[in-house]
Design a protein around this ligand. Structure first.
Ligand code: FES
Length: 110
């Protein structure tokens, strides 16, 4: 395995349409299985740090459980801003991380 990649899960642990929060180094990252393809994104919402592992995944869109911001899991791009609080409607895209699969195991680089 290329250096810098950390093993975080086995592919059998995350069914299609599901997510799993994993620890990589001192970071928590969300692994998403969208249609059999795995992606790694930050597990904390870029708004007020909502736990996206508690969010709802519909297709390739992940909705934050706190104020409803929506992100594309394949790119981290924001497609819908938070519905509140209105004093802070701005929001950054979600960081994404390189991910590889080798021998049924998922590795990410952070
Ligand atoms: S914490 Fe995620 S939308 Fe506010």
């Amino acid at each position: 395995m290329e250096s810098g990649f950390i093993r975080v899960a086995d592919i059998s642990e995350i069914e299609a349409g599901k997510t799993k929060k994993v620890t990589a180094g001192d970071m928590e990252v969300l692994i998403v299985n969208f249609d059999g393809v795995f992606h790694a994104v930050d597990s904390l919402c870029t708004h007020y740090g909502g736990d996206l592992s508690e969010g709802k995944l519909e297709g390739n869109i992940l909705t934050c459980p706190i104020h409803g911001a929506k992100f594309v899991v394949t790119t981290g791009k924001v497609v819908s801003p938070p519905t509140e609080p209105l004093d802070r409607p701005e929001i950054e895209n979600l960081p994404t991380y390189p991910l590889k699969i080798e021998n049924q195991e998922i590795f990410i680089k952070i």
